[in-house]
Design a protein around this ligand. Structure first.
Ligand SMILES: Nc1ncnc2c1ncn2[C@@H]1O[C@H](COP(=O)(O)OP(=O)(O)O)[C@@H](O)[C@H]1O
Ligand SMILES: [Mg+2]
Length: 247
């Protein structure tokens, strides 16, 4: 049995032994605007389209409509797969900030982690989800007391493992510091991938040029290089260049 789940991101799977280790949780971190949401939309969409695998996208930040619109830039028709129950976008963003939702899948404004996780688990069993994305941990945990956070992330990890899906947990790096927002997310995940904007040589004084880089920092059961690879966001989504060099 294949023990890898193909990300569907061109150039990436070959760097990690064919894909993400099946049934594991992977942390995807990076500063704002580095491509984490696009990466994760691509993972879910490719699962549904190329592999017939159902996926759930839990959004705490952006409204589902915004995600569908962003996805459509790359030719990804989420609605089509949502109609077939191959994709579910779980709206955990709208009611929380007090705006209405007409989504079929949403969580109430005052939900706690247990409610959210049991709801997520039910959907996962119902559609037989093989892929799950949590976008993002900081967006959910921002209103949390810090001592509970560690336990809650751990609980989330346990529930995700129970679904047997392969999941991506998005977190944020602030000012390029470390590789997670809270400093413990990496301990509940079997892999860590970071996305960056890398400052290159200055063509002119004070006019820095940036390239996008992706780095597999940790991936259990995987022989991977400790190296940053260039990637770009094309009109078909993210493409990683395994032979490329960053400056
Ligand atoms: N159609 C596109 N083509 C190329 N780059 C894009 C396109 N749409 C968005 N981007 C780039 O992707 C960035 C947003 O990526 P996103 O995945 O939302 O970031 P994050 O979730 O890490 O904050 C934008 O700031 C822009 O640089
Ligand atoms: Mg995002």
């Amino acid at each position: 049995m294949e023990d890898r789940v193909k990300t569907g991101i061109k150039g990436l799977d070959e760097l990690i032994g064919g894909g993400l280790p099946k049934n594991s949780s992977i942390l995807l971190s990076g500063e704002a605007g580095t491509g984490k949401t696009i990466f994760s939309l691509q993972f879910i969409y490719s699962g549904a389209k190329d592999f017939g695998e159902a996926g759930i996208y839990v959004t705490f930040e952006e409204k589902p409509e915004e995600l569908r619109r962003e996805a459509s830039q790359f030719g990804w028709d989420f609605k089509k797969y949502e109609a077939k129950k191959k994709i579910v976008i779980l709206d955990a963003a709208s009611l929380r900030v007090g705006v209405p939702t007409d989504e079929s899948f949403y969580v109430k404004s005052d939900f706690d982690i247990k409610t959210l996780l049991s709801h997520l688990y039910e959907i996962a069993i119902d559609i037989d989800a093989k892929r799950i994305v949590i976008d993002s941990l900081p967006a959910f945990f921002f209103s949390h007391e810090s001592e509970k956070m560690r336990d809650d992330v751990y609980m989330m990890g346990r529930v995700l493992a129970e679904t047997k899906a392969t999941s991506i947990l998005i977190t944020e790096i602030v000012d390029g510091q470390g590789y997670s927002r809270f400093g413990f997310e990496e301990f509940v995940t079997r892999g860590v991938i970071t996305m960056h904007l890398v400052e290159g040589e200055k063509a002119m004084p004070r006019m820095a040029e940036y390239k996008r880089g992706i780095f597999v920092r940790k991936m259990r059961e995987t022989n991977h290089k400790i190296k940053q690879y260039p990637f770009s966001i094309t009109d078909k989504g993210i493409v990683v260049y395994p032979q490329g060099e960053i400056y």
